[in-house]
Design a protein around this ligand. Structure first.
Ligand SMILES: Nc1ncnc2c1ncn2[C@@H]1O[C@H](COP(=O)(O)OP(=O)(O)OP(=O)(O)O)[C@@H](O)[C@H]1O
Ligand SMILES: [Mg+2]
Length: 230
């Protein structure tokens, strides 16, 4: 569905991603790699927040290489950045409602579905997003993305900085979103062990290049340690 060929991207003079080739189907597609491997750069490029330098990107067969970010949003692509992914002064309900600016179904109906999926958010709907715990904040960011009723969510390191207990809850949240909504998930992560539990396929990046692309169940710890230069 999402096809990337010979993709190169970066910032100003600095080229970060080199010649990436892959396609993403109806699956949980994980992007693993050490700090600085290029995970965030890849997700930003897929969300069109960074321009494709060379190469091509298509979504459902439409060439979106030069499409602006809002066009991708309208085509069912939701992006959850690594940081700053909720509006701290707005309430939980207000944050979720922003997601309803995209799509046609009534907001109230969508809110009810998200609250049913994540009861923790329902309990805190009038609380400001800034007063949530780190894990609840990430849950809200995922919830807002789901409010857009996307076909695909690009999730950048949702578990970064979370205590282990919250990491477990968060990964359950992601798995539940996948089960309940059938949404395609592209998950950039440092937490390889948890990611392998929910991923179908794994792309491992090293210094902006593809080190491997494999079924999650065929990826050995030895290969992973190699990717992380351990
Ligand atoms: N705004 C920027 N300008 C120049 N270089 C950048 C910029 N942002 C990132 N980089 C560089 O791009 C490379 C990849 O960074 P990126 O943020 O994509 O890595 P990452 O895999 O997401 O790492 P982390 O796990 O730490 O989030 C790094 O070498 C980084 O220094
Ligand atoms: Mg990153």
């Amino acid at each position: 569905m999402l096809e990337v060929s010979n993709l190169c991207s970066g910032y100003g003079e600095v080229q970060v991603l080199h010649d990436l080739n892959f396609d993403i189907g109806n699956e949980v597609f994980a992007v693993l790699g050490a700090n600085g491997a290029g995970k965030t750069t890849l997700l930003k490029t897929l969300a069109k927040l960074l321009p494709v330098r060379t190469g091509r990107m298509s979504w459902h067969g439409d060439d979106v290489t030069a499409a602006p970010p809002y066009e991708l949003t309208g085509m069912g692509v939701a992006y959850v950045p690594q940081e700053g992914n909720v509006f701290p002064r707005l309430s939980v309900a207000e944050n979720l409602s922003l997601g309803a600016l995209v799509g046609n179904r009534p907001k109230e109906q969508r809110l009810e579905e998200i609250y049913a999926l994540f009861p923790r958010l329902a309990e805190r709907k009038d609380q400001s997003a800034g007063s949530l715990s780190g894990g609840e904040g990430q849950m809200l960011a995922v919830g807002r993305a789901l409010m857009q009723e996307p076909e695909i969510i690009l999730l950048d390191e949702p578990s970064a900085g979370l205590a282990p207990l919250y990491v477990d809850v968060l990964f359950e949240t992601i798995a539940e979103a996948r089960r309940a909504k059938g949404v395609i998930i592209v998950l950039a992560e440092q937490n390889a062990v948890k990611t392998l539990e929910i991923a179908d396929r794994v792309l491992v990046l090293s210094l902006g290049r593809m080190l491997m692309l494999k079924d999650a169940k065929h990826l050995s710890m030895k290969e992973l340690m190699q990717a992380y230069h351990i």
